[in-house]
Design a protein around this ligand. Structure first.
Ligand code: ADP
Ligand code: MG
Length: 246
């Protein structure tokens, strides 16, 4: 269950790409254990927002504090925060020349300085969690898209993050593979992981979200419990969007 102090706190975060303002004074709090689902039209700033949370993009004003650490140009802070925050992308970004097991061992050996034996043990544990332990010695190209995405999730878990960010993790998948990935995400949510998920899978959102967010033109337009969000969104823009996707 979420506790009182926010694990993630964004306050008036803004970001431009050249002249274009991708984020306009975005504020958001996420408590430990909370699951936030973000939706909104293409180009509304969803990816930029979550990329700012692990500083794949640097915000230019406002503050981001994660587990009490301020995310800024201080490299030590950035390293600490990166070790707490995992990310799963639309494209799985696995190394094609490494086996599944090797893909999973890489981060723990390099960044967490685990021994090869310990890293292998960790990798096999999480591969079991995403229910494909038998794929350990295959190469990514030998796996289906759904299996590859589950490997990518296991790879994030091998870093033992406190927070997982998902950026449209099922939108590159064939429809028949979407549920196997969502099922793993639901299990993660049930295990108490703090999650921010950008997704338009509203069935998933209804199952796990503590908080729904709708973004448009770089702003959070609507923030509500799923119950309120789906029954009676306040803004016309959100209503129109939901009508299109539901
Ligand atoms: P979403 O994930 O909601 O589709 P993004 O956060 O990816 O939206 O992008 C928001 C806006 O910022 C878009 O108009 C996009 O073209 C622009 N944008 C994103 N990344 C960059 C970048 N690296 N350089 C220039 N413009 C960018
Ligand atoms: Mg995006």
């Amino acid at each position: 269950m979420p506790t009182a102090s926010p694990l993630i706190k964004l306050d008036a975060v803004s970001k431009h790409f050249g002249e274009f303002q991708a984020l306009k004074q975005v504020s958001l709090e996420v408590k430990r254990g909370e699951k936030v689902v973000i939706c909104g039209p293409s180009g509304s700033g969803k990816s930029t927002l979550i990329r700012c949370v692990n500083r794949l993009e640097a915000h230019e004003s406002g503050t981001i504090v994660i587990d009490g650490i301020k995310l800024d140009e201080n490299p030590q802070n950035m390293r600490k925060i990166r070790s707490k925050v995992g990310m799963v992308f639309q494209q799985f970004n696995l190394f094609p020349h490494l086996t599944v097991l090797e893909n999973l061992m890489l981060g723990p050996v390099r960044a967490r300085k685990l021994s090869a034996d310990k890293a292998r043990e960790t990798a096999l544990t999480y591969l079991g969690r995403v229910r494909i332990p038998e794929q350990a010695d295959k190469y990514p190209r030998q796996l289906s898209g759904g299996q590859q995405q589950r490997v990518a999730i296991a790879r994030s878990l091998c870093m033992e993050p406190e927070i997982l960010l998902f950026d449209e993790p099922t939108s590159a998948l064939d429809p028949e593979m979407i549920n196997e990935v969502l099922d793993v995400m639901v299990e993660l949510a049930d295990s108490g992981m703090t999650m921010i998920c950008v997704t338009h899978e509203m069935g998933f959102a209804k199952k796990v979200a503590d908080k729904m967010i709708f973004m448009d033109h770089g702003e959070i337009v609507e923030e509500a419990t799923p119950k309120k969000f789906f029954a009676a969104p306040e803004s016309q823009r959100c209503q129109d969007f939901l009508e299109k996707i539901l």
